[in-house]
Design a protein around this ligand. Structure first.
Ligand SMILES: C[S@@+](CC[C@H](N)C(=O)[O-])C[C@H]1O[C@@H](n2cnc3c(N)ncnc32)[C@H](O)[C@@H]1O
Length: 231
């Protein structure tokens, strides 16, 4: 274990590729909904079934529907990584495949793959990407070493306990060749920590950004990383 605070020299870079994703600040009405996020509702959410995606806001998204919001993020990633369409992209925790759908629209020729634990999300995925999605766990990716040019995992690995989260990060490293983008729930101060505790439904890990940086350095992560902060 490294004692010092990790730096960019140790392999990963902090870069927010979701800065173009609309509306990250929670409004007051939403804050009122947090009270309904009881331990019972959290248990249901953690099954990642119908209730989590298309049930109530107390148990999840309250309707996980395609609205094109991810397209700006895909375009941002294409520009940032200099993607041309000749690449292969893996989305870990792809849910209904919205992000991969957008990559396919923006980058003709790109090869995509998605993996998710949720049978429900995969059964309700967008039709054009369904053939490229499979059920599986971020901790055991069913792909050979260095299979993908781009490996993405957004808001997934904090749902695992520490040891399994670390394993999932090592799996990203193993199957990736060039670009990686990881995003996790986190906080930078006490208020953001309280917000995160109240808002989150499925997280096993409530870690500060410094804690995550230490963990990523310890696991040898070499991609880009950013945080989902509940402001
Ligand atoms: C918060 S959602 C994020 C979905 C998508 N990445 C996005 O940003 O919209 C978390 C997703 O991770 C999936 N998931 C949770 N634990 C997982 C695991 N251990 N392996 C693979 N997928 C997982 C859930 O089913 C769900 O689709």
């Amino acid at each position: 274990m490294r004692a010092s605070t990790p730096t960019a020299d140790e392999g990963f870079r902090e870069v927010n590729l979701l800065d173009v994703y609309p509306r990250m600040k929670r409004n007051l009405a939403e804050r009122a909904e947090w009270k309904a996020r009881t331990p019972e509702n959290r248990l249901i959410a953690k099954q990642f079934g119908l209730e989590y995606f298309d049930g109530t806001r107390a148990q999840g998204y309250g309707g996980y529907r395609y609205d094109g919001r991810w397209k700006a993020v895909a375009r941002r990633m294409i520009d940032h990584d200099g993607l041309t369409g000749a690449e292969s992209i893996l989305d870990i925790g792809c849910a209904k495949g919205f992000f991969l759908h957008d990559f396919r629209e923006l980058l003709p020729g790109v090869r995509v793959a998605g993996i998710d634990v949720s049978r429900y999300a995969l059964d309700h995925a967008m039709e054009d990407v369904k053939p490229f999605l499979q059920q599986g766990n971020a901790t055991h990716l069913p792909f050979p070493d260095r299979s993908f040019d781009v490996v993405i995992s957004i808001n997934v690995v904090h749902n695992l306990p520490d040891a399994l989260c670390r394993q999932a990060i090592r799996e990203m490293e193993r199957v990736g060749r060039r670009h990686k983008y990881l995003q996790v729930d986190s906080f930078r101060n006490e208020q953001e920590r309280i917000n995160l505790e109240q808002w989150q439904l499925t997280a096993e890990l409530i870690y500060s950004t410094d804690h995550w940086k230490q963990l990523l350095a310890e696991e040898g992560y070499t991609g880009d990383v950013y945080w989902t902060i509940t402001e």
